[in-house]
Design a protein around this ligand. Structure first.
Ligand SMILES: Nc1ncnc2c1ncn2[C@@H]1O[C@H](COP(=O)(O)OP(=O)(O)OP(=O)(O)O)[C@@H](O)[C@H]1O
Ligand SMILES: Cc1ncc(CO)c(N)n1
Length: 271
């Protein structure tokens, strides 16, 4: 059994964070382990409170996992503070792992999930060890300090992110004004490709980013290449968005069962 890990925050509402990650891992046949960085009191309407773990307790959880399990791939989600980011990076360095960093900053309802002063720590200590970084456009703007609207601006921002040391960056286009959900993927060797799928007109998009990065991690853990993992993850999240569950009164969760039920999503790959 391939073992993977998520280092993220708990979403009591079950649609994002650790809960979305574990559901994704389960659906994709990998064994999921967890390091919880913070509890959130959260539902589909918003985040009512955050209770972070101490960096020492984050480290205890990391040690518990690495002392016992042979983890193939991991993702990070909500990391909350510079201190937690530093603890995580210190414990991941020099391990033979594929690391997916989802630079979670703000919940759909607007609440901050990462402190402002933690962005620099993310750039300095986590990006240099990241295999794949999955920013949405606002996150890519915060990381690079650039305004991103056009395809050319996406390319320039991705270039700057690659210079921070990540092996591959997926610029997620879900937030752009476009009838298609277009993600553009850039690698250190200068190659790139695009993934296009129809943008679904739905408010049930809570946890899409978490589900996508967890699916990339699951496929990497199963031994797929970076490119294959990203493409298969896009299909997984597209199927989960296309078949919404009617849960909650706000931004409802994506449907992790869609894959099991055989939903097939069309994703166009443009080299
Ligand atoms: N309405 C939509 N229809 C189809 N695909 C979408 C839609 N919204 C987002 N996506 C896709 O879902 C994936 C996750 O991207 P998204 O931009 O939602 O992440 P995010 O903003 O980080 O999410 P989160 O709020 O969970 O952190 C990307 O592949 C994106 O293109
Ligand atoms: C715990 C948690 N992580 C990530 C997100 C982003 O969707 C969220 N809303 N909550």
């Amino acid at each position: 059994m391939n073992i993977v890990l998520t280092i993220a925050g708990s979403d009591s509402g079950g649609g994002a964070g650790i809960q979305a990650d574990l559901k994704t891992f389960q659906e994709l046949n990998v064994f999921g382990t967890t390091v919880i960085t913070a509890l959130t009191a959260q539902n589909t309407l918003g985040v009512n409170g955050i209770y972070p773990a101490t960096p020492e307790f984050v480290e205890l959880q990391l040690n518990a996992i690495f002392d016992d399990f042979d983890v193939r791939a991991l993702k990070t989600g909500m990391l909350f503070s510079a201190e937690i980011i530093q603890t995580v990076a210190r414990n991941l360095k020099d391990r033979n792992l594929r690391i997916v960093v989802d630079p979670v900053m703000i919940a759909k309802g607007g609440q901050a999930l990462l402190k402002d002063d933690a962005v620099q720590a993310l750039i300095r200590v986590l990006l240099p060890i990241a295999t794949v970084l999955t920013p949405n456009i606002p996150e890519a703007e915060t990381i690079t300090g650039m305004k991103i609207q056009t395809g050319e601006e996406i390319r320039k921002a991705a270039q700057k992110i690659l210079e921070f040391g990540v092996e591959c960056v997926v610029m997620k286009g879900g937030h752009l004004e476009d009838p298609m959900a277009v993600d553009t993927v850039f690698f250190q060797d200068g190659s790139s490709f695009q993934m296009k799928s129809p943008k679904i007109d739905t408010r049930h998009t809570h946890g899409t980013g978490c589900t996508f990065s967890a699916a990339i991690t699951a496929y990497l853990g199963r031994g797929l290449s970076i490119k294959e993992s990203i493409i298969e993850a896009k299909k997984f999240v597209q199927a989960a968005i296309e078949n919404p569950l009617n849960i909650g009164h706000g931004h409802g969760p994506t449907n992790h069962f869609a894959h099991r039920l055989g939903a097939k999503a069309e994703v166009e790959i443009i080299e």
